[in-house]
Write a protein of this length. Structure first.
Lengths: 381, 305
């Protein structure tokens, strides 16, 4: 009988109840909030459901040494986490993004590319702030990339520059991407006048198939020669787009933009969520990263909108003026930020459709954030 | 046809042979010691002697089995590094030691010659002809000191020979151990981050501005219009503009902007020929990829979303 009690007592030590701490409960609570937001509010469900559930998985209290935790060598989670740690999930996601992105909006109005560059100021604004808060330059660079509003890029860069902060950075980036409508709208309204919001942009011209095919090749050569360190992201992005636009590799493009990106998104979400183990995640640093991440989004949106206003100063033909409401779309949260431009634009003029115009800076933002990541990697890696 | 196939095969072989050679040429002789002092390291047989340190400068693993070491320019195949030993695979930015014991048969990592001050040691590729790297040992090299090549940063591929003999560091990559990492250097040079930010913003703008310029220069023009279907000519008598305006006004009042979007989409699909596979007015029925009996989709429960 005594042996039975001893066995039960021993078993108790292995249970989650015996090993639970308040930090685990907090993180599980955050995971449940993420899942709730995804299902009830439909905020980025593709990201928040895997991340939220991953948070729960990673914070189940357990007896260490059973080789099941994400930070224990040889465990299933640890093996899946290698894709995040070594940085090979993000390029695969970029392959899928390239295969599903239509760059027509950008090609038809090349001037909108510059808005995508202006919105990258969020990255460097956050970098400066992070340095001011005492982060090391490599950590500051990894935090700054949150301002690119690009989850895969944030994971890629933080895995290279500051692996210890990767969980907080990734969760922060994805959370704010989900909150793009909430963060960007008030800034857009604050920085624009009613007259500016009513600007109707000329319809984009039709883009030929030849241009669509040439774009990924020229785009890749241009950006990769300038920033070779962005090669994994830029190469995959433009390669995916070439698969789509070439017209002769439809099956490959379909796989890249369908099953492949779905599998990788699931794995990256789950493992990033699971990497937020309470003992490694719950810290003042993480809170600071969340604060800086929010500021980076604010700076990016502000710079994008203000840059359009600046461009308008140099455009004398009223018919060619740009609606500053598409400035927010310079961040690379595709297509959420472009959708925000459309929604805010239609609130004041229901017939003013800005979506296709906003997609230009939006996809330019994807390229811009990959270029910015490459620069930070070159300087700080 | 056969000639073409043969030529392709030759090119492929040449390419792969080149790739292999390129692998081995990433190796350098990083350090060598001719005469040890009483504190020198001992080999597996407990002997003190000279040694040669090989360093892999690349970011990939290099197998140096089959390469040669020699101290005689006229006899490049003097000491063979045997094949078949897994330890000859040298990881990226890693070093390995070859003991210059004079007895090559002692093991994989033993050279068949002894090093002497004044000699030059060569690392020869596995083709037995190409000298990959060499290191000169000065005649006045004191006992207990080595000659070495050093890089400021290990990621650099260029290693410079140090002018003076140094204290030996067998098995340790030769670099400035006090050299700061990029991040540390940046923290010293640019503590507030303004320079990096300025440079980075300039580069991002430049990259995208070049892209904009290229597309503005070559492509930012309306695409050639496709030949549109023949539309019956409108006579001067028919008040087409007024009718169009009236229809537009009525639709606008009735439906709002969504109708325009739907009409525009329908017309775009029609004119861009994306609806019809072969020609207009013929609808192609695509055959199903799988029959009903093996269609997994049909076995799954359909959810509303």
């Amino acid at each position: 009988m005594e042996h039975v009690f001893q066995s039960l007592a021993q078993f108790w030590e292995y249970t989650g109840f015996a090993n639970c701490s308040w930090q685990n409960i907090v993180m599980i609570g955050i995971g449940i909030i993420f899942i709730t937001l995804a299902i009830v509010k439909e905020w980025e469900p593709m990201l928040l459901v895997p991340i939220g559930f991953g948070m729960i998985v990673g914070n189940i209290p357990m007896f260490p040494g059973l080789n099941i935790g994400i930070y224990e060598d040889g465990s299933v989670l640890s093996i899946l986490y290698q894709g995040v740690k070594q940085g090979w999930y993000p390029p695969l996601i970029f392959l899928g993004i390239g295969a599903m992105t239509d760059f027509s909006a950008l090609i038809s109005q090349p001037r909108l590319i510059l808005i995508g560059a202006a919105a990258q100021m969020g990255i460097f604004g956050a970098y400066l702030l992070a340095l001011a808060f005492g982060f090391a330059p490599n950590e500051a660079g990894a935090i700054g990339i949150i301002g690119g509003a690009d989850g895969p890029t944030a994971i890629f860069l933080s895995s290279k520059l500051a692996p210890d902060l990767m969980g907080a950075i990734a969760v922060s980036a994805y959370s704010y991407m989900a909150l793009v409508p909430v963060i960007q709208k008030p800034i857009m309204l604050l920085l624009t006048t009613k007259k500016e919001r009513l600007i109707r942009m000329p319809a984009p011209r039709q883009v030929s198939q030849k241009e669509k095919i040439i774009f990924p090749i020229v785009g890749f050569l241009t950006t990769a020669f300038i920033v070779p360190s962005g090669l994994p992201l830029l190469g995959m992005l433009f390669f995916g787009n070439l698969l789509k636009e070439s017209g002769v590799t439809r099956r490959l493009a379909n796989t890249a933009s369908g099953p492949l990106i779905d599998v990788v998104t699931t794995l990256i979400g789950l493992t990033v969520g699971a990497s937020t183990q309470a003992d490694k995640f719950l810290s003042a640093k993480s809170l600071l990263i969340f604060g800086l991440g929010l500021l980076s989004f604010v700076i990016a949106t502000t710079c994008g909108v203000l840059f359009v206003k600046l461009m308008n100063l140099f455009i004398h033909n009223p018919a060619k003026k740009i609606n500053p409401l598409i400035g927010n779309a310079g961040v690379s949260a595709v297509p959420d930020s472009a959708r925000v431009s459309e929604v805010v634009g239609r609130e004041i003029d229901p017939k003013n459709h800005l979506l296709m115009h906003a997609m230009g800076p939006n996809v330019a933002g994807v390229i811009g954030s990959a270029v910015a990541a490459g620069i930070l990697l070159a300087f700080l890696g | 046809m056969r000639k073409r196939i043969l030529l392709t095969l030759v090119l492929l072989v040449a390419t792969f042979a080149g790739a292999r050679a390129q692998n081995v040429i990433d190796l350098i002789i990083a350090e060598a010691l001719a005469v040890p002092d009483s504190t020198g390291i001992v080999d597996d047989y407990g002997r003190r002697g000279g040694w040669i340190e090989i360093f892999n400068t690349s970011q990939g693993t290099v197998n140096f089995a089959g390469c040669y070491l020699t101290d005689d320019r006229n006899n490049l195949k003097k000491s063979l590094i045997p094949k078949g030993d897994l330890r000859t695979k040298l990881g990226p930015r890693q070093t390995t030691l070859i003991y210059a014991s004079g007895e090559g048969k002692d093991g994989t990592f033993y050279a068949g010659f002894r090093l002497r001050p004044g000699s030059t040691v060569y690392l020869v590729s596995n083709d037995g002809r190409t000298v990959i790297d060499s290191l000169v040992l000065p005649k006045d090299l004191p006992a207990g000191l080595s000659v070495s090549k050093q890089a400021f940063d290990l990621r650099q591929r260029e290693f410079e020979p140090l002018p003076d003999p140094t204290v030996p560091s067998p098995g340790i990559p030769n670099m400035d151990q006090d050299a700061a990492s990029k991040a540390q250097a940046m923290a010293e040079k640019d503590p507030h981050g303004f320079i990096l930010s300025l440079v980075a913003v300039t580069v991002v703008f430049s990259a995208l501005a070049i892209l904009w310029f290229l597309f503005w220069l070559f492509f930012d023009r309306p695409a050639k219009k496709k030949r549109s279907p023949v539309i019956p000519s409108i006579t001067k008598e028919s008040p087409s503009d007024e009718i169009a305006a009236a229809i537009a006004l009525a639709m606008d009042m009735e439906q709002g902007g969504d109708v325009y979007a739907a009409i525009a989409l329908a017309m775009d699909l029609y004119f861009s020929d994306t609806v019809h596979d072969t020609e207009s007015f013929i609808l192609t029925m695509r055959p199903k990829e799988s029959a009903a009996w093996n269609d997994k989709k049909q076995n799954f429960r359909k959810l509303p979303r």
